[in-house]
Design a protein around this ligand. Structure first.
Ligand SMILES: *Cc1c(COP(=O)(O)O)cnc(C)c1O
Length: 338
Protein backbone atom coordinates (compact mmCIF):
# COMPACT_ATOMS: atom_id res chain seq x y z
CA UNK A 1 0.00 0.00 0.00
CA UNK A 2 1.30 3.43 -0.96
CA UNK A 3 0.34 6.55 1.00
CA UNK A 4 0.67 9.43 -1.43
CA UNK A 5 1.22 12.77 0.30
CA UNK A 6 2.85 14.46 -2.69
CA UNK A 7 -0.28 16.31 -3.75
CA UNK A 8 -4.08 16.25 -3.57
CA UNK A 9 -4.05 15.75 -7.35
CA UNK A 10 -3.23 12.03 -6.90
CA UNK A 11 -6.74 11.09 -5.75
CA UNK A 12 -8.59 8.44 -7.75
CA UNK A 13 -12.38 8.14 -8.19
CA UNK A 14 -14.04 5.75 -5.72
CA UNK A 15 -16.79 3.28 -6.64
CA UNK A 16 -19.61 5.77 -6.00
CA UNK A 17 -18.00 8.44 -8.17
CA UNK A 18 -17.38 5.88 -10.94
CA UNK A 19 -21.06 4.87 -10.74
CA UNK A 20 -22.08 8.52 -11.18
CA UNK A 21 -19.80 8.75 -14.22
CA UNK A 22 -21.13 5.47 -15.66
CA UNK A 23 -24.71 6.65 -15.44
CA UNK A 24 -24.07 10.17 -16.80
CA UNK A 25 -26.33 11.51 -19.57
CA UNK A 26 -24.09 12.96 -22.28
CA UNK A 27 -24.19 14.95 -25.52
CA UNK A 28 -21.86 17.14 -27.56
CA UNK A 29 -20.81 19.94 -25.22
CA UNK A 30 -19.24 22.02 -28.00
CA UNK A 31 -22.83 22.30 -29.27
CA UNK A 32 -24.00 23.02 -25.69
CA UNK A 33 -25.89 19.71 -25.68
CA UNK A 34 -24.29 17.79 -22.83
CA UNK A 35 -26.93 17.80 -20.07
CA UNK A 36 -24.47 16.82 -17.34
CA UNK A 37 -21.98 19.55 -18.24
CA UNK A 38 -24.87 22.03 -18.38
CA UNK A 39 -26.04 20.84 -14.96
CA UNK A 40 -22.51 21.19 -13.50
CA UNK A 41 -22.14 24.71 -14.88
CA UNK A 42 -25.58 25.71 -13.62
CA UNK A 43 -24.92 24.17 -10.20
CA UNK A 44 -21.61 26.03 -9.78
CA UNK A 45 -23.02 29.36 -10.96
CA UNK A 46 -25.82 29.00 -8.42
CA UNK A 47 -23.43 27.99 -5.63
CA UNK A 48 -21.52 31.27 -6.10
CA UNK A 49 -24.55 33.29 -7.21
CA UNK A 50 -22.68 34.24 -10.38
CA UNK A 51 -24.38 34.51 -13.77
CA UNK A 52 -22.58 31.73 -15.61
CA UNK A 53 -19.88 29.07 -15.58
CA UNK A 54 -17.82 27.05 -18.04
CA UNK A 55 -16.30 23.59 -17.57
CA UNK A 56 -12.67 23.24 -18.72
CA UNK A 57 -10.04 20.49 -18.73
CA UNK A 58 -7.69 22.12 -16.19
CA UNK A 59 -7.16 24.95 -13.74
CA UNK A 60 -4.35 26.24 -15.88
CA UNK A 61 -6.84 26.63 -18.71
CA UNK A 62 -9.49 28.37 -16.58
CA UNK A 63 -6.88 30.83 -15.25
CA UNK A 64 -5.43 31.45 -18.70
CA UNK A 65 -8.86 31.96 -20.29
CA UNK A 66 -9.76 34.45 -17.55
CA UNK A 67 -6.53 36.40 -18.04
CA UNK A 68 -7.05 36.39 -21.82
CA UNK A 69 -10.60 37.71 -21.41
CA UNK A 70 -9.61 40.46 -18.95
CA UNK A 71 -6.52 41.83 -20.74
CA UNK A 72 -5.17 43.20 -24.03
CA UNK A 73 -1.62 42.55 -25.30
CA UNK A 74 0.82 44.86 -23.51
CA UNK A 75 -1.32 45.06 -20.37
CA UNK A 76 0.08 44.28 -16.94
CA UNK A 77 -1.23 41.73 -14.47
CA UNK A 78 -0.51 42.10 -10.73
CA UNK A 79 -0.04 38.88 -8.76
CA UNK A 80 2.03 37.44 -5.93
CA UNK A 81 5.56 36.18 -6.69
CA UNK A 82 4.49 32.75 -5.42
CA UNK A 83 1.32 32.53 -7.49
CA UNK A 84 0.50 29.59 -9.75
CA UNK A 85 -0.45 31.86 -12.68
CA UNK A 86 3.07 33.30 -12.54
CA UNK A 87 5.33 30.34 -11.75
CA UNK A 88 3.48 27.18 -12.76
CA UNK A 89 1.65 27.96 -16.00
CA UNK A 90 4.55 27.83 -18.44
CA UNK A 91 4.75 31.57 -19.02
CA UNK A 92 1.14 31.39 -20.20
CA UNK A 93 0.35 35.02 -19.41
CA UNK A 94 2.95 36.12 -21.97
CA UNK A 95 2.28 33.23 -24.36
CA UNK A 96 -1.51 33.36 -24.47
CA UNK A 97 -2.33 36.97 -23.64
CA UNK A 98 0.81 38.91 -24.62
CA UNK A 99 0.54 40.56 -21.22
CA UNK A 100 3.30 41.06 -18.68
CA UNK A 101 3.36 40.37 -14.97
CA UNK A 102 4.20 42.58 -12.04
CA UNK A 103 4.89 39.97 -9.40
CA UNK A 104 4.88 41.46 -5.91
CA UNK A 105 5.74 40.07 -2.48
CA UNK A 106 2.74 39.22 -0.37
CA UNK A 107 2.56 37.28 2.87
CA UNK A 108 2.71 33.53 2.21
CA UNK A 109 1.29 34.04 -1.26
CA UNK A 110 -1.45 36.42 -0.11
CA UNK A 111 -1.50 40.03 -1.35
CA UNK A 112 -2.17 43.10 0.79
CA UNK A 113 -4.37 45.96 -0.52
CA UNK A 114 -1.76 48.70 0.02
CA UNK A 115 0.88 46.77 -1.94
CA UNK A 116 -1.56 46.18 -4.79
CA UNK A 117 -2.33 49.90 -4.93
CA UNK A 118 1.38 50.79 -4.92
CA UNK A 119 2.00 48.38 -7.83
CA UNK A 120 -0.54 49.99 -10.19
CA UNK A 121 0.98 51.97 -13.05
CA UNK A 122 -0.40 55.48 -13.31
CA UNK A 123 -1.42 56.80 -16.72
CA UNK A 124 1.92 57.34 -18.55
CA UNK A 125 2.91 56.42 -22.13
CA UNK A 126 6.06 54.74 -20.79
CA UNK A 127 4.15 52.30 -18.63
CA UNK A 128 2.17 49.14 -19.27
CA UNK A 129 -1.55 49.50 -18.66
CA UNK A 130 -2.41 47.74 -15.40
CA UNK A 131 -5.57 45.77 -16.14
CA UNK A 132 -5.97 42.85 -13.76
CA UNK A 133 -5.20 41.60 -10.25
CA UNK A 134 -5.00 37.83 -9.67
CA UNK A 135 -5.38 36.42 -6.17
CA UNK A 136 -4.88 32.80 -5.11
CA UNK A 137 -6.84 31.17 -2.27
CA UNK A 138 -5.65 28.97 -0.72
CA UNK A 139 -2.09 30.00 -1.51
CA UNK A 140 -0.42 26.81 -2.73
CA UNK A 141 3.21 27.89 -2.31
CA UNK A 142 2.14 29.76 0.80
CA UNK A 143 1.43 26.40 2.46
CA UNK A 144 -2.32 26.37 1.93
CA UNK A 145 -2.68 29.88 3.37
CA UNK A 146 -6.14 31.52 3.58
CA UNK A 147 -7.15 35.13 2.94
CA UNK A 148 -8.78 37.19 5.61
CA UNK A 149 -11.94 38.29 3.75
CA UNK A 150 -11.47 41.91 4.83
CA UNK A 151 -8.19 42.00 2.90
CA UNK A 152 -10.01 40.88 -0.24
CA UNK A 153 -12.60 43.62 0.32
CA UNK A 154 -9.73 46.13 0.57
CA UNK A 155 -8.15 44.84 -2.65
CA UNK A 156 -11.52 45.01 -4.42
CA UNK A 157 -11.87 48.68 -3.41
CA UNK A 158 -8.44 49.41 -4.92
CA UNK A 159 -9.51 47.61 -8.12
CA UNK A 160 -12.72 49.62 -8.33
CA UNK A 161 -10.95 52.95 -7.84
CA UNK A 162 -8.43 52.12 -10.59
CA UNK A 163 -10.75 50.28 -13.00
CA UNK A 164 -9.02 46.89 -12.63
CA UNK A 165 -10.58 43.44 -12.93
CA UNK A 166 -10.17 40.99 -10.06
CA UNK A 167 -9.64 37.26 -10.75
CA UNK A 168 -9.42 34.48 -8.17
CA UNK A 169 -7.37 31.34 -8.71
CA UNK A 170 -9.46 29.27 -6.34
CA UNK A 171 -7.92 25.90 -7.18
CA UNK A 172 -8.37 25.08 -3.47
CA UNK A 173 -11.02 27.67 -2.60
CA UNK A 174 -13.22 25.06 -0.90
CA UNK A 175 -10.37 24.26 1.50
CA UNK A 176 -10.32 27.97 2.42
CA UNK A 177 -14.12 28.10 2.84
CA UNK A 178 -14.16 25.05 5.10
CA UNK A 179 -11.19 26.29 7.16
CA UNK A 180 -12.44 29.86 7.65
CA UNK A 181 -16.24 29.58 7.55
CA UNK A 182 -16.36 32.08 4.67
CA UNK A 183 -19.00 31.36 2.01
CA UNK A 184 -19.02 30.82 -1.75
CA UNK A 185 -21.60 33.64 -2.00
CA UNK A 186 -19.16 36.16 -0.49
CA UNK A 187 -16.65 35.24 -3.19
CA UNK A 188 -19.17 35.25 -6.03
CA UNK A 189 -20.23 38.71 -4.93
CA UNK A 190 -16.78 40.29 -5.12
CA UNK A 191 -14.72 38.70 -7.94
CA UNK A 192 -15.08 39.34 -11.68
CA UNK A 193 -14.01 35.75 -12.29
CA UNK A 194 -13.27 32.67 -10.20
CA UNK A 195 -11.49 29.45 -11.16
CA UNK A 196 -12.08 26.34 -9.05
CA UNK A 197 -10.45 22.91 -9.44
CA UNK A 198 -12.54 19.77 -9.13
CA UNK A 199 -9.43 17.60 -9.43
CA UNK A 200 -7.59 18.68 -6.27
CA UNK A 201 -8.97 17.96 -2.81
CA UNK A 202 -12.50 17.49 -4.15
CA UNK A 203 -11.29 14.24 -5.72
CA UNK A 204 -12.60 14.36 -9.31
CA UNK A 205 -10.22 12.90 -11.92
CA UNK A 206 -10.27 15.93 -14.27
CA UNK A 207 -11.76 19.35 -14.60
CA UNK A 208 -12.01 22.95 -13.49
CA UNK A 209 -14.77 25.53 -13.56
CA UNK A 210 -14.53 29.20 -14.50
CA UNK A 211 -17.23 31.53 -13.19
CA UNK A 212 -18.18 35.08 -14.18
CA UNK A 213 -20.97 37.17 -15.66
CA UNK A 214 -22.81 36.05 -18.80
CA UNK A 215 -20.83 38.27 -21.20
CA UNK A 216 -17.51 37.10 -19.71
CA UNK A 217 -18.43 33.42 -19.97
CA UNK A 218 -19.62 33.90 -23.56
CA UNK A 219 -16.18 35.28 -24.38
CA UNK A 220 -14.57 32.47 -22.37
CA UNK A 221 -16.37 29.87 -24.53
CA UNK A 222 -14.75 31.31 -27.63
CA UNK A 223 -11.29 31.37 -25.98
CA UNK A 224 -11.73 27.81 -24.66
CA UNK A 225 -12.37 26.64 -28.22
CA UNK A 226 -9.30 28.52 -29.50
CA UNK A 227 -7.18 26.93 -26.72
CA UNK A 228 -8.40 23.49 -27.82
CA UNK A 229 -10.43 22.96 -24.66
CA UNK A 230 -13.82 22.30 -26.26
CA UNK A 231 -14.75 18.75 -25.22
CA UNK A 232 -17.48 16.56 -26.70
CA UNK A 233 -19.18 13.98 -24.39
CA UNK A 234 -17.60 15.64 -21.36
CA UNK A 235 -20.59 14.73 -19.20
CA UNK A 236 -18.74 11.61 -18.02
CA UNK A 237 -16.15 13.76 -16.26
CA UNK A 238 -18.64 16.49 -15.37
CA UNK A 239 -20.58 13.80 -13.48
CA UNK A 240 -17.48 13.16 -11.37
CA UNK A 241 -17.28 16.90 -10.69
CA UNK A 242 -20.91 17.06 -9.60
CA UNK A 243 -20.40 14.02 -7.37
CA UNK A 244 -17.35 15.74 -5.83
CA UNK A 245 -19.24 18.97 -5.15
CA UNK A 246 -22.18 17.08 -3.61
CA UNK A 247 -20.11 14.77 -1.42
CA UNK A 248 -16.56 15.93 -0.86
CA UNK A 249 -16.64 19.53 0.38
CA UNK A 250 -17.48 19.15 4.08
CA UNK A 251 -15.03 16.27 4.49
CA UNK A 252 -12.12 18.62 3.66
CA UNK A 253 -12.15 19.38 7.41
CA UNK A 254 -10.81 15.85 7.96
CA UNK A 255 -7.86 16.56 5.65
CA UNK A 256 -7.17 19.76 7.57
CA UNK A 257 -7.22 17.86 10.87
CA UNK A 258 -4.81 15.26 9.44
CA UNK A 259 -2.45 17.99 8.25
CA UNK A 260 -2.41 19.52 11.76
CA UNK A 261 -1.61 16.11 13.26
CA UNK A 262 1.29 15.66 10.83
CA UNK A 263 2.55 19.15 11.64
CA UNK A 264 2.47 18.60 15.41
CA UNK A 265 4.42 15.36 15.18
CA UNK A 266 6.95 16.71 12.71
CA UNK A 267 7.65 19.77 14.88
CA UNK A 268 8.79 17.46 17.70
CA UNK A 269 11.65 16.13 15.55
CA UNK A 270 15.08 17.74 15.75
CA UNK A 271 15.59 17.50 11.98
CA UNK A 272 12.47 19.57 11.28
CA UNK A 273 13.09 23.31 11.18
CA UNK A 274 10.74 26.14 10.31
CA UNK A 275 7.25 25.18 9.17
CA UNK A 276 4.69 27.33 7.42
CA UNK A 277 1.50 27.77 9.51
CA UNK A 278 -0.80 24.86 8.67
CA UNK A 279 -4.22 26.32 7.88
CA UNK A 280 -5.61 23.73 5.46
CA UNK A 281 -4.30 20.51 3.87
CA UNK A 282 -0.71 21.49 3.02
CA UNK A 283 2.32 21.05 5.29
CA UNK A 284 5.56 22.72 4.15
CA UNK A 285 8.66 22.55 6.34
CA UNK A 286 12.43 22.85 6.39
CA UNK A 287 14.67 19.86 6.94
CA UNK A 288 18.15 20.07 8.45
CA UNK A 289 20.61 17.92 10.40
CA UNK A 290 20.56 14.23 9.60
CA UNK A 291 18.35 14.51 6.49
CA UNK A 292 18.24 16.54 3.32
CA UNK A 293 14.80 17.06 1.78
CA UNK A 294 15.59 14.30 -0.72
CA UNK A 295 16.98 11.79 1.80
CA UNK A 296 13.92 12.41 4.02
CA UNK A 297 11.63 11.66 1.06
CA UNK A 298 13.75 8.62 0.10
CA UNK A 299 13.46 7.25 3.66
CA UNK A 300 9.70 7.82 3.73
CA UNK A 301 9.44 6.03 0.40
CA UNK A 302 11.00 2.89 1.91
CA UNK A 303 8.05 2.97 4.33
CA UNK A 304 5.52 3.31 1.49
CA UNK A 305 4.96 7.04 2.06
CA UNK A 306 5.46 9.53 -0.77
CA UNK A 307 6.35 13.17 0.00
CA UNK A 308 7.66 15.93 -2.24
CA UNK A 309 11.06 17.64 -1.97
CA UNK A 310 10.40 21.23 -3.06
CA UNK A 311 14.05 22.27 -2.82
CA UNK A 312 17.24 20.89 -1.21
CA UNK A 313 15.86 21.75 2.24
CA UNK A 314 12.07 22.01 1.92
CA UNK A 315 9.55 19.17 2.00
CA UNK A 316 5.82 19.25 1.27
CA UNK A 317 3.11 16.87 2.44
CA UNK A 318 -0.51 17.23 1.31
CA UNK A 319 -3.50 15.44 2.83
CA UNK A 320 -6.55 14.45 0.79
CA UNK A 321 -9.49 12.06 0.58
CA UNK A 322 -7.38 9.03 -0.37
CA UNK A 323 -5.40 9.38 2.89
CA UNK A 324 -7.46 7.71 5.62
CA UNK A 325 -7.30 8.11 9.39
CA UNK A 326 -5.46 4.77 9.63
CA UNK A 327 -2.91 5.86 7.03
CA UNK A 328 -2.25 9.06 8.98
CA UNK A 329 -1.81 7.02 12.18
CA UNK A 330 0.79 4.92 10.38
CA UNK A 331 2.60 8.03 9.03
CA UNK A 332 2.63 9.52 12.54
CA UNK A 333 4.13 6.28 13.85
CA UNK A 334 6.84 6.30 11.16
CA UNK A 335 7.74 9.91 11.96
CA UNK A 336 7.87 9.14 15.68
CA UNK A 337 10.34 6.31 15.05
CA UNK A 338 12.70 8.41 12.93
C1 LIG B 1 -3.37 22.94 -9.34
C2 LIG B 1 -3.49 24.39 -9.37
C3 LIG B 1 -3.96 25.07 -10.50
C4 LIG B 1 -4.41 24.39 -11.77
O1 LIG B 1 -3.66 23.34 -12.14
P1 LIG B 1 -4.07 22.26 -13.26
O2 LIG B 1 -3.13 21.17 -12.95
O3 LIG B 1 -3.84 22.91 -14.56
O4 LIG B 1 -5.50 21.89 -13.06
C5 LIG B 1 -4.06 26.44 -10.43
N1 LIG B 1 -3.71 27.10 -9.33
C6 LIG B 1 -3.27 26.48 -8.23
C7 LIG B 1 -2.95 27.29 -7.02
C8 LIG B 1 -3.13 25.11 -8.22
O5 LIG B 1 -2.68 24.51 -7.12
Amino acid sequence: MIIDLRSDTFTKPNAAMLQAMYHAQVGDDVFGEDPTVNELERYCAELFNMEAAIFCPSGTMTNQIAIKCHTQPGDEVICDVLSHVYIYEGGGIAFNSGAQVKAINGVRGLLVANDVEAAINMEDVHKANTALVCLENTGNRGGGSCYDFDEIVGIKKVCEVHGLKLHLDGARLFNALVATGQTALQYGNIFDSISICLSKGLGAPVGSILLGNAAFIKKARRIRKVFGGGMRQAGYIAAAGLYALHNNIDRLAIDHFHAKQLAENLLRKSFVGKMMPVETNIVIFEISGKYTAQSFCDFMKTKGILCMAMSATIVRMVTHLDVSEDMIKYVLYVIEEM
